[in-house]
Design a protein around this ligand. Structure first.
Ligand SMILES: NC(=O)c1ccc[n+]([C@@H]2O[C@H](COP(=O)([O-])OP(=O)(O)OC[C@H]3O[C@@H](n4cnc5c(N)ncnc54)[C@H](OP(=O)(O)O)[C@@H]3O)[C@@H](O)[C@H]2O)c1
Length: 277
C-alpha cells in the first residue's frame, strides 16, 4: 500500500490527524504528540479556531516544517476575493508559516460568483501561498464544473467518507482526474466501533474495528483519511492501522454495509448527489 497520495504532485501522507473540535492547549498537545508519533499530515481550518494552537505545535516540534503536510480551509462566508485573501493571511499568521500545503474552500455556497471565487483560489496557488488547492464538500456536478469548465488545477477534494457512506462516483472522478480524496469523519465519529461486521473482521485479525475502518479507506487508491484523535493511545492505534491486512472476504463484508449514513449535514450543506452513496 502506498503511504502517500501523489495527485498533481501533492505528496500528501495518506493518514493524517483531524483537529476539529480541539482547541487551545489540548489541540497543541495533541498535534505535538501526533508529530512525535510519526504523523506528518495535519488537518485544520479557519473555522475550527485552532490554527493558532496548530501553529504553536508546529513551532514547538523538532520536525522541520517542510516535512509536514498542513491543510487549512476558508469558510464559505469568506469567499469574495478580498475576504478569501484575508482569510489566507490570517491562517498563515496563525500557523506561523509562509505557505500551506493545501488550501481548500471548506463548503460551497449559493451566494457567490463562482468563477471569481475559483480565480481567487487559483491566484493563491500562483502566489505560492498555497502549494496546492482543493475543495471540500463539493458534490460531483459542482466539482466537474470547477475542474472542466473553470479549469482549476485542484489537487484534492475533502468529503465525508467511511464504511457507512459511499463515495463511488466522486472517487471514480477523482481518480480519472488525478485528484486526491481526503476522507473526513473516517471513523463515522467512532460509530464504526459498534458495527458487528467490523467487530468480526477486527477479531479475525486481532485488531480494532477502528483500525479495520481506517485500513479499508487507506487501501484505496487516491484516498487519504484524517481521523481526529486527542489521546496518544487513539493516535497510535490509528497509526497502526497502516499495518492491518484486509482480505477480499473482509472487503465483501464491508461492501454489504449501509452506505447512506452521513454524519455531517449542516443546514448550509449542498444538495448531495442522491446516487453517490
Ligand atoms: N471538511 C469538513 O467539512 C469536515 C467536516 C468534519 C470533519 N472534518 C475533519 O475531519 C476530522 C475527523 O472527523 P471527525 O472528527 O468528524 O470524526 P472521526 O475522525 O470519524 O471521529 C472522531 C472521534 O473518534 C474517536 N476516536 C479516534 N480514534 C479512535 C480510536 N482509535 N478508538 C476509539 N475512538 C477513536 C475520537 O475520540 P478521541 O478524540 O477521544 O480520541 C473522536 O471522538 C476532523 O477533526 C476535521 O479535521 C472536516
Amino acid at each position: 500500500m502506498q503511504r502517500i497520495v501523489n495527485a498533481q504532485g501533492l505528496n500528501m501522507p495518506k493518514l493524517g490527524l483531524g483537529t476539529w473540535p480541539m482547541l487551545g492547549e489540548e489541540c497543541t498537545r495533541a498535534v505535538e504528540q501526533a508529530l512525535i508519533s510519526g504523523y506528518r499530515h495535519i488537518d485544520t481550518a479557519a473555522a475550527y479556531n485552532n490554527e493558532d494552537a496548530v501553529g504553536q505545535a508546529l513551532a514547538n516540534s523538532p520536525t522541520p516544517r517542510d516535512q509536514i503536510h498542513v491543510t487549512t480551509k476558508v469558510w464559505w462566508d469568506q469567499l469574495q476575493p478580498d475576504a478569501m485573501r484575508h482569510s489566507m493571511d490570517r491562517s498563515l499568521k496563525a500557523l506561523r508559516s509562509d505557505y500551506v500545503d493545501l488550501f481548500m474552500i471548506h463548503w460551497p455556497t449559493t451566494d457567490w460568483d463562482l468563477p471569481q471565487t475559483i480565480k481567487t483560489l487559483v491566484s493563491l496557488k500562483e502566489q505560492g501561498l498555497a502549494r496546492h488547492i482543493g475543495v471540500a464538500n463539493f458534490p460531483l456536478p459542482l466539482l466537474r464544473k470547477v475542474v472542466e469548465e473553470l479549469g482549476a488545477p485542484l489537487s484534492a477534494i475533502q468529503v465525508e467518507y467511511h464504511v457507512l457512506l459511499g463515495q463511488h462516483a466522486l472517487l471514480d472522478y477523482a481518480r480519472r482526474h488525478d485528484i486526491a480524496l481526503t476522507a473526513y469523519s473516517p471513523l463515522a465519529r467512532n460509530k464504526v466501533s459498534e458495527i458487528a461486521a467490523l467487530q468480526q473482521i477486527a477479531a479475525k485479525h486481532g485488531v480494532l474495528p477502528t483500525q479495520v475502518a481506517l485500513k479499508w479507506l487507506l487501501d484505496q487508491a487516491n484516498v487519504a483519511a484524517i481521523p481526529k484523535a486527542s489521546s496518544k493511545a487513539n493516535q497510535l492505534a490509528n497509526l497502526a492501522s497502516l499495518q492491518v491486512n484486509l482480505d477480499d472476504e473482509d472487503r465483501a463484508l464491508i461492501a454489504g454495509l449501509s452506505k447512506r449514513e452521513r454524519q455531517v449535514n449542516p443546514d448550509f450543506a449542498p444538495v448531495w448527489d442522491p446516487f453517490d452513496q
